[in-house]
Unconditional design. Structure first.
Length: 682
């Protein structure tokens, strides 16, 4: 969400391990608590009684692990479900009146933190970040940090977690409850008055090409007296400063309280370049008060729904996507930078650009990649098939609000995040489901009114007879998990909500069905034939991009659910190429081949921007063939252009490749170099 620059004095010296260095910490002056920790299982939950957190605890029976650590894939503790303890000692020297914060980017699921024999804090939620002010608990010299983490979410009351309906196999959520300190742990040192969080809202005026930028800075005053900090803000784009005159009123923040500073400016047209998947322009905003500076990136773009369309910067877009389960052999739910790069690149080149990624919050590095390389993401929190009784529980509702807030406050500056989902596959036609949807969207809009809101419904396929019968009435656009009978289902949904665009948040079939991997390809081809005539379908997210482990019923004896375009190790299935070809935003057709003298021929290729699905404006795309790179003229959906290409030699075929302006190859096709006008895909 943002990075921090702080001046501090500290004697803590930690050597970076190779494994840990693969995990990005976004705050550049963070002090990582990575590498070797001590570790112990606590199946009987006796650690607190036995004071396993105490600095005089015997350590000879503790194991050693490397943090970040996923205990569920560690061969010593594989498939363990319950409480475990992590312990690390580190040296410290007083930093005077500065504040020291302990950060966890994620710890699954319920955590209790101890420092120097004292309980410091607790936290519930396995995928969202949290921080603790530990200043008063630190001491000069050696400090002992101990964390107990409980990954037992197979009981009602967790989010996500088990249902309370007493049905067979319902204690298991659809993916593995990978436990441990699964993301970085680190310290930061702050001035007594510091910027705790910053939100940037950049709204373009599409007619004037100007933009309004609003900054909301949350200031924490941890000193003993009131403060009136002056907030200084600068913007640059690709290293070049952007002129901005900021307007706002000074704010007095009482001692030991938090206050908000609001500033606003208007950027002139020459300084505005809109963010989009094919032109992911990013700005860096630097906000400073005395002694503290934070940086955050943002993009200028406008997302809206109108007349059953999704508009990005005023232009209709329809894009394919995929659901990505955070799961990799030997890593579980850990996401090193190399895996994020591998997965997101594979998704981008498969034509997956508009996603409801999964049912929980992935590493922020996922959204950094999406910002930099151009993806649109609907991010989801918490409610995975909660029962009506659970959705009406004040305790469950409070836990959801906390986790949603932590997610939103981390991710609200990412231009790739265009919408939030308040849940997946709950009984949205029942009163509890209706109340949940209405109330949670209202709560979320108070936090972030700049995004669209939805939830993934499985109940629209047959049940509702009237729009008020189902909770999608409260959404900005419809999200439906639909696994067959697509034409009838989608027409039915459209008849209920004719003004709302429809996003297919899940569809697909497994690679181990009766027709095997070939059946996945056939399913995709039939699906595209079904949805392309339906103008109100704006997106379709295949479940799932990758195979993943599960204990949910229907899982194979191998432990995997083989839904993916790729297997567990990201090996490509035939579906991957079929999806890449079918979801490319343009088609290429040979219209003429004229042999010439001395082996110099003329090839004419017709490039057409798809008019149906996916469909969006083509700008800056390139065709490569036989060492030549040819710019494709800008095209609106449905438009075509003919490329006249000289060809030398006597080959009977050649391969053309289409690349986006961002460099991603999205189509590879074999062209016949004879008088036969047919082409084939490779």
């Amino acid at each position: 969400m943002y990075s921090r620059l702080i001046v501090f004095i500290c004697v803590l010296c930690l050597t970076a391990s190779v494994g840990y260095s693969q995990y990005t910490i976004r705050q550049p002056n963070a002090i990582p608590l990575h590498g070797e920790w001590l570790f112990a299982l606590d199946p009987a939950h006796t650690g607190e009684i036995g004071r396993w957190f105490a600095d005089d605890q015997p350590l000879n029976r503790w194991d050693k692990v490397t943090v970040p650590h996923c205990l569920s894939v560690d061969p010593r503790y594989m498939f363990y479900n319950g409480k475990a303890w992590y312990r690390k000692s580190f040296p410290w020297q007083s930093t005077g009146n500065k504040r020291v914060l302990l950060h966890f980017d994620a710890a699954f699921y319920a955590s209790t933190i101890y420092l120097n024999n004292q309980k410091v804090s607790t936290h519930e939620g396995g995928y969202t970040p949290f921080q603790i002010d530990i200043t008063e608990f630190l001491k000069t010299g050696d400090n002992t940090l101990t964390v107990s983490v409980d990954n037992d979410t197979w009981k009602p009351g967790s989010i996500p977690g088990a249902k309370d309906n007493n049905q067979v196999n319902d204690p298991f959520m659809g993916w593995i409850n990978y436990g441990g300190l699964i993301r970085p742990v680190y310290l930061t040192v702050e001035t007594p008055v510091y910027v705790d969080n910053i939100k940037v809202e950049a709204t373009p005026d599409l007619a004037k090409n100007t933009a309004t930028v609003r900054v909301r800075a949350r200031i924490r005053n941890a000193s003993g007296q009131a403060a009136t900090p002056k907030l200084l803000v600068t913007i640059n784009r690709q290293g070049q400063p952007v002129t901005a005159q900021w307007k706002g009123q000074p704010v007095s923040v009482p001692a030991n309280q938090t206050g908000m500073i609001d500033l606003e400016t208007t950027l002139k047209a020459t300084d505005v370049k809109l963010w989009s998947p094919d032109s992911p322009t990013l700005y860096t905003l630097t906000a400073s008060i005395a002694g503290d500076t934070v940086n955050t990136r943002f993009g200028i773009r406008k997302v809206e729904v109108r007349n059953a369309q999704l508009l990005l910067n005023g232009q209709p877009i329809k894009m394919a996507g995929g659901n990505r389960v955070v799961d990799y052999p030997g890593l579980g739910s850990m996401e090193p930078d190399w895996l994020i790069e591998k997965d997101m690149r594979l998704m981008k080149e498969a034509g997956m650009e508009l996603h409801r990624l999964t049912h929980y919050t992935p590493s922020e590095a996922v959204y950094d990649w999406a910002d930099q390389n151009g993806m649109l993401i609907i991010t989801e929190a918490g409610n995975w098939q909660l029962t009506p009784r659970q959705m009406d529980s004040d305790t469950i509702r409070a836990k959801f609000r906390q986790q949603f807030r932590e997610m939103a406050e981390r991710d609200w500056n990412h231009p790739s995040v265009i919408a939030y989902s308040v849940g997946n596959e709950y009984l949205s036609e029942q009163p509890a489901g209706q109340r949940w949807t209405k109330d949670m969207i209202a709560y979320a809009r108070e936090l972030d009114p700049t995004r669209l809101y939805t939830f993934a419904s499985m109940r629209l396929n047959t049940l509702p007879k009237k729009p008020e019968d189902e909770a999608s009435q409260y959404c900005d656009f419809i999200s439906t998990n639909t696994y067959g009978n697509h034409v009838n289902v989608l027409k039915h949904i459209h008849s209920l909500y004719p003004d709302k665009p429809i996003f297919i948040s899940e569809y697909g079939t497994r690679a181990d069905g009766k027709d095997g991997e070939a059946g996945q390809v056939t399913h995709l081809e039939k699906f595209l034939a079904d949805i392309r005539p339906l103008p109100y379908v704006i997106g379709a997210s295949w479940w799932s991009f990758n195979d993943y482990k599960s204990r949910h019923h229907g899982t194979n004896p191998s432990g995997y659910r083989p839904w993916g375009l790729v297997g567990p190790e990201r090996e490509l299935r035939p579906l991957y190429k079929a999806h890449q070809t079918g979801m490319a935003p343009l088609t290429v057709e040979k219209t003429n081949w004229t042999p010439g003298p001395e082996g110099v021929h003329q090839l004419i290729l017709r490039v057409t921007a798809r008019p149906d699905f996916p469909a969006y404006a083509i700008k800056g795309y390139r065709l490569k063939m036989n060492g030549q790179t040819i710019a494709i003229p800008d095209l609106q959906p449905g438009q075509s252009t003919d490329l006249i290409i000289p060809v030398r030699g006597f080959e009977k075929s050649t391969t053309i490749e289409i690349s986006k302006p961002t460099g991603f190859q999205i189509l590879s096709q074999t062209i016949d170099l004879t008088n036969d006008t047919r082409t084939s895909n490779r």
